[in-house]
Ligand binder design. Structure first.
Ligand code: FES
Length: 251
């Protein structure tokens, strides 16, 4: 396959950036999108040009690093698929593909397609953990968790923190990410002692990082590679309201 790529090139956060056009020949249909980007980079290095900076790690759809907007779609046009699991067989020979970084105020571009997602780390640091000593793994039946609760908690825990929800949202809201993290602990017994404190401080960190509000467009759910449901956002709103109403501090 021969592919024309229009790739966003930006030296650093201060550079205004531009799309540059490259042609990549000898693309195999079974290559992943990232392998095709590797071929482009080998070509650029051979021509003594600067390779395209992009994030990746596991290349197995687990780590959430491979953040690219492909032809206007975060992670590309295939539903429930990360960029690293997107294969070139889903494009046609001769196609032109536009590749851009996540675009959001809270995710400034570091270089080319790599963005700084430390704003997500700040949300997690604000409360996305259990700080009490839970001891070693208990016997499975000693803390009974109803099956439907366990299923919902595990569905929320599937979030890989890639940021596609933010890239897809016209408000650059991270509410789907935040709601997945809050839900997964609010639904389990281990998350109960810090439940109220957690949701208030994580919501505060979300707003302070510069993410926008949710206006229920559902774009986040449509582009989430793990199929996280926006019903988690409804749960987050209930959790926040209940915590704020019973808080002794102004929220
Ligand atoms: S590189 Fe880890 S999810 Fe894509």
């Amino acid at each position: 396959m021969k592919i024309t790529l229009k790739v966003w090139r930006q030296k650093n956060a201060q550079d205004s950036g531009r799309l540059e056009t490259y042609t990549v020949s000898e693309v195999e249909p079974d290559m992943s999108f990232l392998e095709m980007m590797d071929v482009l980079n080998q070509q650029l290095i051979k021509d003594k040009k600067d390779p395209v900076a992009f994030d990746h790690d596991c290349r197995e759809g687990i780590c959430g690093m491979c953040s690219m907007v492909i032809n206007g779609h975060p992670h590309g046009h295939i539903k429930a698929t990360t960029t690293c699991q997107l294969h070139m067989r889903s494009f046609k020979d001769g196609d032109t593909i536009v590749v851009e970084p996540w675009r959001a105020k809270a995710f400034p571009v570091i270089k080319d397609l790599a963005v700084d997602r430390s704003a997500f780390d700040k949300i997690i640091q604000a409360g996305g953990f259990v700080s009490v000593n839970t001891g070693s793994a208990p016997e499975a039946n000693s803390v009974p968790v109803p099956q439907d609760m366990a299923e919902k908690a595990m569905d929320a825990a599937e979030c890989i923190g890639c940021g596609a929800c933010v890239a897809a949202c016209k408000n650059s809201s991270a509410m789907l990410f935040l709601s997945a993290k809050v839900s997964h602990m609010a639904l389990l017994p281990q998350g109960q002692p810090e439940r109220k404190k957690r949701v208030i401080s994580m919501m505060k960190a979300h707003d302070e990082a510069g993410f926008g509000s949710c206006t229920n467009t559902e774009a986040c759910e449509a582009y989430c590679p793990k199929g996280i449901s926006i019903t988690n956002i409804a749960r987050l709103n209930r959790e926040f309201l209940s915590a704020a109403l019973s808080s002794e501090q102004p929220v």
